[in-house]
Design a protein around this ligand. Structure first.
Ligand SMILES: NC(=O)c1ccc[n+]([C@@H]2O[C@H](COP(=O)([O-])OP(=O)(O)OC[C@H]3O[C@@H](n4cnc5c(N)ncnc54)[C@H](O)[C@@H]3O)[C@@H](O)[C@H]2O)c1
Ligand SMILES: [Zn+2]
Length: 468
């Protein structure tokens, strides 16, 4: 299975892997119920697992475990489930996992597992030799049933969103794209620098917003030769993934697609969350669709060729994400920074896949940014520069420190018409029934949406971003 948008996230793995602890944290991040099957069984029987083993034997326990696990898997409301360590030995459970869940193997080595679980009164963990034998017997089952392997909360969240982040992943792209027919839609400039190692036709798109035009999309609609069960692979920055994703959403009424983002903006933002779009002469992103890629393959090494100006554009979204998460993601090295930001956005989007509410937090700094971009006719400031300024305004209105934004992004006041910027901000507001859509922070890591502030304060904050 590719992602857990409308299915359970099921955690499997050996005793001591941390399924219960990680499971409850993942459930919290995804806003889902958490079902810990061992605990649930103990609760419903009013007996501890060792007591159940003693009274009914292992076979008796397995029957009860299978009943409870199958029932949880057949429940339609997507949850996060932590399965008992031995549940995967039952064929019926493995089948139900394939049908109803995205299964993540929470991996642990035998030594660590023994240190954590050995001798702790667990029925199958009293003697180290048989513990290790059991470990060896179950490994192939976890591997077989797992759609992904993870070791931490971010890893499970990324797996749930169908995202793989790994340095050097491009060279192994063939392993993460679906089987079957593929066609690649790629940014022409990026193709001159990197080549996806796939045996598939390649369609080049002009770089930049040019790609997100009806004309470019129409060309692809007419030239692609893929059948309904084929997959489009989008290779490039946010413009490429937005356009190719939109083509995938519409071509033959929708085919699967894989996003392979090559810019920092793409890896931490544009290629995550399933929004695709093209532009009209009337405005940006006016036509589009929600169409979640079956896989998002992120190789942070691709960023080594990225021009500095594009890196800065991405850093604005990195700082935004770090402020939302309450962690200084921007201080981490490239691969870690990308992974943390991608996991943060993935969790928000899994909670709110169709942007009905919570996802609005991702607009932190963007109301001001859009006003400045509109006032500059979308030529200057760039989106990244505008977001840096917008974050400054959002932090000031939140009464918070602006040092990180100032040091990392070095926002420069822009020369645009003040009235035009204010009019654009007011238009943005009117478009949403006059309700202000400001996203502010109660504290780093605590975003609040829909904040209404007196007009003078908002206008003053906007004015402060404008030169002269
Ligand atoms: N769908 C979403 O949720 C979402 C979110 C944020 C942004 N977006 C969209 O993303 C677009 C911006 O994306 P972007 O900033 O990635 O721009 P982009 O796709 O235009 O790429 C920027 C430039 O970098 C070049 N480039 C790309 N990868 C490179 C690499 N590895 N090495 C060297 N050069 C490389 C490209 O050729 C291009 O010139 C906007 O249209 C925006 O609307 C979408
Ligand atoms: Zn942005």
């Amino acid at each position: 299975m590719a992602h857990a948008l409308d299915r359970h996230v099921a955690l499997v793995g050996f005793m001591g892997a941390g399924k219960s602890t990680l499971g409850s944290q993942v459930a919290e991040r995804l806003g889902r119920r958490f079902v810990d099957l061992d605990r649930q069984l103990e609760h419903s029987l009013q007996q501890s697992i060792p007591e159940v083993f003693e009274r009914r034997g292992e076979a008796g326990f397995r029957v009860l475990e299978a009943e409870a696990t199958l029932e949880a898997l057949r429940n339609e409301r997507p949850a996060v489930l932590a399965l008992g360590g031995g549940a995967v030995e039952a064929e019926a459970i493995r089948r139900a996992l394939r049908e109803h869940a995205l299964t993540v193997h929470v991996e642990v080595d035998a030594g660590t597992a023994w240190t954590r679980a050995g001798g702790a009164g667990r029925p199958l963990a009293s003697d180290e030799t048989s513990f290790r034998e059991l470990f060896d017997r179950r490994q192939p089952l976890y591997r077989d049933v797992g759609d992904a392997v993870a070791h931490d909360v971010d890893g499970i969240v990324l797996a749930a969103a169908g995202i793989v982040v790994e340095a050097g992943l491009l060279s192994r792209l063939g392993e993460v794209v679906p089987q079957g027919e593929l066609e690649v839609v790629a940014d022409a400039t990026v193709l001159g620098l990197h080549r996806p190692p796939l045996d598939a036709p390649v369609y080049a798109l002009r770089d930049g917003e040019e790609a997100k035009s009806i004309r470019a999309v129409e060309r692809l609609w007419r030239e692609l030769r893929l059948e309904r069960d084929g997959t489009i692979v989008a290779f490039g920055g946010g413009c490429t993934t937005d356009a190719a994703g939109f083509v995938a959403a519409t071509y033959l009424r929708g085919v699967a697609w894989v996003a392979v983002p090559t810019t920092l903006v793409g890896q931490v933002d544009a290629a995550i969350g399933g929004k695709t779009a093209v532009n009209l002469p009337e405005g940006k992103n006016l036509v589009g669709a929600f169409h979640w890629p079956v896989r998002t393959a992120i190789d942070p090494e691709l960023l080594e060729t990225l021009p500095a100006v594009e890196r800065r554009a991405g850093m604005a979204e990195v700082v935004k994400t770090g402020l939302l998460a309450g962690e200084a993601f921007w201080e981490r090295e490239a691969a870690e920074l990308v992974r943390a930001c991608a996991a943060y956005k993935a969790a928000v989007c899994l909670r709110d896949p169709h942007e009905r509410g919570e996802r609005a937090v991702l607009n932190l700094g963007h109301t001001f940014a859009h006003a400045l971009e509109a006032a500059g006719d979308y030529r200057r400031p760039s989106h990244g520069e505008a977001v840096a300024l917008g974050l400054l305004a959002a932090l000031r209105l939140s009464g918070l420190e602006t040092t990180a934004v100032e040091e990392v992004l070095q926002p420069q006041r822009v020369r645009v018409n003040r009235d035009a910027a204010w009019a654009a901000l007011a238009r943005d507001k009117k478009a949403r029934n006059g309700r202000s859509r400001l996203v502010l922070l109660e504290a780093p890591g605590k975003p609040v949406t829909g904040v209404e502030l007196p007009e003078e304060r908002v206008r003053a904050a906007l004015d402060e971003l404008i030169a002269e």
